[in-house]
Design a protein around this ligand. Structure first.
Ligand SMILES: [Zn+2]
Length: 272
């Protein structure tokens, strides 16, 4: 590891220096009685509570792609409030977005994943000195369908999963070169690792399918999700302020104003 992870604004997730901040914001959001306590009907397509269903922001028909994604998801991601992998899956045809939850994967218990890892048409998205830029591979992904493995977790979870699963060292390791658009999104996105996974998938697919429109379609529900979370965040900020003013609040105020501004920027920017 001659290059530090910080030098990569690529998949999966954010540089570590933002991670604690991100965790802070995330915890602030997760404290809210927004989704956790709302045991209300859930939309079967986007897996969101029906009240905040994001289906209007999803494509009517699944995107036609030849690339097959394998999202290996750290168990902690599954229970996160902001889950974006279901959105990704909802945008893609059945079978093109496979999610496997776990920390350790091996031949015995995961023969299908093992076979995918051995396939020469499989790439794993994980930045580092051994990774080649996906943009520079010079392969025609449209004539020979490829698989891409993406690790879904915080930076440290992803690192642990990559280093400790020998299977993940089998496929060619690739990273996303800082395309101006993705860089902007990653810098301004509201710092949840799941969001980053969705972004990475969006950029990856648009490169491999040679179709920039894919990125736009996949980022649409992400923007909507940010918008919802921003509304919730704003409400909570207000209510905490209210509690504070009334001497009822005993926790420190969240320090997420900067993050909220970033989210606002993301939502209002239409040129990503
Ligand atoms: Zn829905």
């Amino acid at each position: 590891w001659s290059r530090t992870p910080e030098s990569n604004l690529t998949a999966p997730g954010l540089p570590p220096q933002d991670e604690e901040d991100a965790g802070g914001v995330f915890l602030d959001l997760s404290e809210l009685p927004v989704e956790e306590s709302e045991r209300r009907p859930t939309c079967s397509r986007c897996c969101r509570p029906e009240k905040v269903c994001l289906c209007p922001f999803l494509p009517v028909d699944p995107l036609e792609v030849s690339t097959c994604l394998y999202i290996v998801q750290h168990p902690a991601e599954e229970s996160r409030v902001l889950r974006t992998v279901p959105l990704l899956a909802a945008c893609l045809p059945k079978g093109k977005c496979n999610v496997l939850v776990g920390r350790r994967f091996n031949e015995e218990r995961h023969p299908e994943l093992a076979a995918v890892c051995r396939d020469k048409h499989t790439l794993i998205l994980y930045p580092g000195s051994d990774a080649e830029n996906l943009e520079d591979l010079g392969r025609d992904f449209t004539t020979s369908p490829h698989n891409v493995i993406i690790i879904d977790g915080t930076w440290s979870q992803a690192k642990d999963m990559f280093l400790r699963n020998a299977l993940f060292r089998l496929p060619k390791q690739v990273q996303l070169n800082s395309a101006p658009s993705s860089q902007y999104v990653i810098r301004t996105q509201p710092t949840n690792m799941c969001l980053s996974t969705l972004e990475c998938a969006a950029v990856t697919l648009s490169i491999m399918e040679r179709n920039q429109a894919i990125q736009e379609v996949l980022l649409k529900p992400l923007r909507a999700l940010c918008s919802f979370q921003l509304q919730h965040g704003a409400q909570v900020h207000h209510s905490k302020e209210h509690l504070l003013k009334n001497g009822l609040y005993d926790k420190p105020m969240p320090k997420n104003k900067r993050k909220i501004k970033r989210m606002q920027k993301l939502i209002t920017n239409q040129n990503i």
